[in-house]
Structures are given as C-alpha cells and as structure tokens.
Design a protein around this ligand. Structure first.
Ligand code: AGP
Length: 605
C-alpha cells in the first residue's frame, strides 16, 4: 500500500525520484519523502501530504546526489505525519519500506534495550536500526541477510548507505519490487508503472531475493546469499494510458474507455475465424473439474460473485465465491480436481496473493484473472487470463471490473462448451451477443447526462440502498461500493429478497434506493420489493431494460439500459452505477482519483 523508488545514477537523481513518486501516489498519498547521498552524507527530506509538498521543499532546499530512494506512504503503523514518513534513516543507513513487519514490537524492545532511540512510531525504523547494528561488525551482504532473517511479515525495501556511496539495495518478501535497467543508471520500484518513464527493461525480485544496484551494474541474490540471474522483460509502450488527455480525471477517462477496453478484451479471446473462445493453457482438464472457487477483494470479489451465477447456470460445477482476507485464514479442505480462480486488477493485493500462496502450497490448480500481467499473482498462478484493460489509475476500479467480468463470462462459456454442457447453438449465440457488448456499453455511456440529474438526490442523503436479485445482486454490491469509496456516503448492496428480514426498517421518507430490475426471471419479484420500499417513502432510482410502463407514480427516476441477452445486463447496469458514484462525488468535491483513506493497490493485510 506504499510506493518505493530507488535510483543509482551518474547524474542527479532527485527530480527522477519525484516524478516516479508522483506515478506511485495511487498506492498511498498521506506522506512522502526521499533521501540521497549528498556530499558523502545521508540527506533525508520528508513531509506529510502529497508529493507536491515534497517537491516544493526541494525547490527551496535541493537534494543533490546521484544515489537516492523515495517513498509515498499509506499509513499502517503510526499516524500520517512527517516523523512517520519514510525514509527512516540513521547516521549510516536510510530505508524506505512497503509492507508490514509483524514482529516489529519485539524487535523494537530488543533495540531499545541495546540503547537505541526511536524517532517514529513506524515498524520500518526497526529495519534501519538492525542494519545499523549489523553494519558495525558485518560486511554489506551479511548485514543485509542477517537483518532480513530477523524480520517477520512482508516488505519491499529500498536502502542506501553512507559508507557505500554508489549503490542502492532492494529486497523483497511478500510486497512487489521491480528492477529497471537504464542508461548509466538503474532503478528499483514498487511496480513497472513507476519505472516506465525511465525504462522499459524490467526484472522482478521474488520472495527472499535482494539486489545491489550501481549505476552500471545490477546483482541479484537469493535468500541463501547466492548470486542468481533474473529474466529481463520488455514492457509494452502504452504511453497514452498514463495521462488523462481531455478528461477531468482518470476515473471519467477509464469509465469512458470501457467501450474500447471491452472490445479489446473480447477481441483477444474470441477467434474471428473459428468464432470460438481461445483458452488453451488450462492447468486442469475442464472436463475433470469438480469444484471452482473464485477469490478476490473489493470490486474483484464482486466479479467473483457475478461469475458464480454464470458458472452455476451453464455448467454442472459447484461454485464458491470467497473474500480473500477471509478465505486465507479458513481451514480449507483441498480436494483433487478443483480450480481456484484469483481475480485482481493489480495482481499485488496482499490478501489475494496470500490466498494464492496457500492454494499453491496445497498443490491446488490455480488461475489468475489479472490486469497487470507482470504482477506477483500473475507470476505465481498456474495460468493467467489477462483482462487487457490497460493501466487503471483511478483508485475506484471501473474498466477493470468490466474486463474481469468479460473474462469470467468467457471462461464460464468455454468450460461449459468443453464439458458439453451448453448446446453449440446457445454457445455461438452467447458469443455473438457478447461481441455486441461494446456497442451496448457505448449506448449506455451516451446517457450520462441523465445520471448527472439523479446524482443531486444523493448528495445530502444519510445513506443509500442498492437492491437486486440473482444476476443483479453482485452489481448492487458493486454500485454500493462505488458510492461509498467515492462520495463517502454510506451505502449498502443487498439481496432485494432479504429486505423484509430487517433492513426494510432503514427505509424512511427520502432515502434513495437503487433498484436493479432488468426484465429477467427475477423481474416481477424485484418490482414487488420495489413497491415495498416505495410504500415506506424510499426514493427509487430504477435501472432496467424494460420499456413497458412500470406502474408506480413514485419511481423518482428510471434509467433504461439497452435490451440484450439477459446475461449482459450485469455489464450494462454497472455503467450507470459507476457514473452515479462519480457525479455524486463530483458534486461533493471529493477527490475522484484518490479517495481519502484508500490506495489503488492494497499490498498489506
Ligand atoms: C475497487 O473500486 C476498490 N478500489 C478495491 O475494492 C479493489 O477492487 C480491491 O482492493 C482489489 O484490488 P485488486 O483488484 O487490485 O486486487
């Protein structure tokens, strides 16, 4: 949940560090800092708030030096202020860290007993002081290894040393760390996105690895201090994704892009000539699958929830959808012939990655449905199905959600087809309908102005309910999450049929209630639930594909999505809900791309 950068160069590094930190702000933005080796001394500068504050600090008081590390923070231990901002330095060492050191209290006590004084409340400072101690008697590699061996928990580290003025050290366990190859300079960074403006040649550390960078050499070591080689990947050049263009913010750009990214994703998987779905790298024979478990967090979990309905509908396979932070601690009974599917936009979410590691340890067959294909989850899963959404910068996930659902829908269809559980005609019809989805998304997006009017109804409400049945229920959950995380208004996604078992008590005059009721097999029942809500004063926004007049003078608003194959309604209903959350947040002057307290990639527990 934090972002780190390190650069070893033959020229001044502070401006490149600042630029990289700006790209890393999506990972955390409550404080920032950097340190360089400046005239032989560690020169540390840090501040609370955004990277811009650090940049202003450097304008007044520049940091020189051709070696440096930087950090943007999402607070885990210690309030977000200057003292707790990274780097954390001693006289001879400076450290930036992403992750959580779970035995930091124990180590802190040990270090205090040895006479050390702590300046911050962070867990990271124990790393600084452990290294400082070991460096007094050990060489660099032994000091690094002994320090890492003392740590429990997760870390991606960037370290510089007063006595080693030409090198940066990177280390990784559980939190991602990329290494970049430049011209007369080399880099470490939390992800390739931060390094992309400086290089497209990237390697990745694996858990237990550490590396030593100078401006013209990179050495990799494993946890046994043995030198190893790393594969070098050449990154694609998707320059246009890293700026907003004419859009006000990344989120509105990424909502609009869905008409394109959905087309790219479908195009990638559907074979134009054979008119079939191209999945061929299964790690398990689909005919033998006895159970599927879908695992994710937040929005990614909602796409898992959605896929459960699709897979159950068109195959005979029992399906569970699981929240990763719960699943990873449960006593799971692993059996043969089960497929575990991990859904993650970033591919770095700690809970999802830990759940994947647990499944790998139990020899389960695993699949990753991922946007960032060079991520940790993508590299650990047995096989990976990219969603081709391009970099998603807005913290609130939009185009990635649509991409996750497209790939999950295609996977459901393909597995059903391979198990002969769907007729050829139905299979081909669903593929044909899906190919039209981008046009339907475009049509839905063109009605954005209707949502702007509706948004006003929400800005002063003390809460909102999002209700749906069947295929609409996961989308109700996603709509509620979007409103919460963007506008800070409490909202709840709920199965419409469950309201009478308690939550109906929440409905009073003026409460906004979003009802998702496409004309599918749940329609009549959901409309009855809608009447129950209206009868108690709820202000209903009805989202439906139905063009008949639904009798009720008290529907506040009706948003019509285009008619389609009923299984595509989930995609189309998502669009107005994304736009609703966006426009309510805009009216409330909330930070659209960086909502408070959140970060794009949750790489800590
Ligand atoms: C979505 O709008 C949220 N930002 C968040 O719930 C996100 O979906 C979740 O943290 C999972 O992230 P991932 O897809 O990168 O694993």
């Amino acid at each position: 949940m934090c972002g780190i950068i390190g650069i070893a160069s033959n020229k001044s590094v502070s401006s490149n560090i600042i630029q990289a930190l700006k790209k890393l702000e999506y990972r955390g933005y409550d404080s920032a800092g950097l340190s360089t080796i400046d005239n032989g001394e560690i020169n540390e500068k840090k501040c609370s708030g955004r990277v811009n504050n650090l940049e202003k600090m450097l304008f007044q008081n520049p940091s020189n030096g051709t070696l440096g590390i930087g950090h943007v923070r999402w607070a885990t231990h210690g309030i977000p202020n200057e003292v707790n901002a990274h780097p954390h330095s001693s006289e001879i060492v400076s450290v930036v860290h992403n992750g959580i050191i779970e035995n930091s209290n124990f180590l802190k006590k040990e270090l205090i007993n040895k006479g050390h004084k702590f300046k911050s409340q962070t867990d990271t400072e124990v790393i600084t002081l452990l290294l400082t101690d070991y460096l007094k008697k050990d060489n660099l590699i032994d000091a690094i290894s002994k320090t890492l061996e003392k740590l429990e928990g997760s870390f991606a580290l960037g370290i510089i040393f007063k006595e080693h003025k030409n090198l940066v050290v990177g280390a990784r366990r559980g939190s991602p760390l990329a290494v970049g190859y430049g011209h007369n300079e080399n880099y470490i960074g939390s992800d390739s996105y931060a390094l992309k403006t400086m290089t497209n040649k990237i390697s990745y550390l694996d858990d237990g690895d550490f590396c030593i960078l100078t401006n013209d050499k990179i050495e990799f070591f494993n946890s046994k201090r043995k030198k190893i080689n790393k594969e070098v990947s050449i990154l694609s050049n998707d320059k246009n994704d890293s700026d907003k263009g004419d859009f006000k913010d990344f989120m509105s750009k990424e909502i609009d892009e869905q008409q394109i990214t959905s087309k790219i994703c479908i195009h990638e998987y559907i074979d134009k000539i054979r008119n079939d779905i191209n999945f061929y790298n299964f790690s398990i024979d689909p005919k033998k699958i006895k159970k599927i478990r879908l695992i994710g967090c937040g929005t990614a979990f909602h796409s898992c929830l959605m896929a459960r309905y699709w897979i159950e509908e068109i195959t005979s396979i029992p399906v569970d959808s699981e929240i990763a932070s719960e699943f990873r601690y449960r006593k799971i009974r692993f059996n043969k012939d089960e497929l575990y599917i991990f859904v993650s936009q970033s591919g770095e979410t700690a809970d999802t990655f830990a759940a994947l590691q647990m499944c790998k340890k139990n020899k389960a067959s695993t699949c990753g449905i991922i946007n960032v294909t060079e991520s940790s989850i993508a590299r650990l899963a047995d096989f990976v199905l990219p969603i081709y959404a391009g970099p998603e910068i807005g913290v609130a996930s939009t185009k990635a959600f649509i991409g996750q659902m497209i790939v999950l829908y295609l996977l459901s269809l393909k597995i059903s087809n391979l198990r002969n559980e769907i007729s050829k005609d139905d299979y081909l019809k669903k593929i044909k309908d899906l190919k039209n989805l981008p046009n339907l998304i475009k049509k839905t997006l063109s009605k954005q102005n209707e949502i702007q009017l509706i948004a006003r109804d929400f800005i002063n409400s003390k809460g909102a309910m999002f209700l749906g049945r069947g295929y609409s229920y996961p989308i109700a959950m996603e709509g509620a999450l979007k409103l919460k995380e963007l506008s800070y208004i409490h909202a709840e996604g709920y199965p419409a049929g469950e309201m009478k078992h308690g939550p109906l008590a929440l409905i009073e005059d003026g409460i906004p209630v979003v009802i998702l009721a496409p004309r599918d097999r749940y329609f009549e029942k959901t409309i009855s639930n809608m009447q129950e809500v209206i009868a108690r004063g709820g202000k209903v926004l009805l989202i439906t594909d139905d063009d008949t007049e639904i009798i009720s003078e008290n529907i506040r608003f009706k948003f019509q999505i285009p008619k389609s194959n009923y299984q595509l309604n989930s995609f189309l209903m998502t669009i107005p809900l994304q736009l609703l959350a966006y426009h309510v947040a805009l009216l409330k002057n909330c930070d659209i791309d960086k909502p408070r307290n959140l970060a794009k990639s949750v790489t800590v527990e």
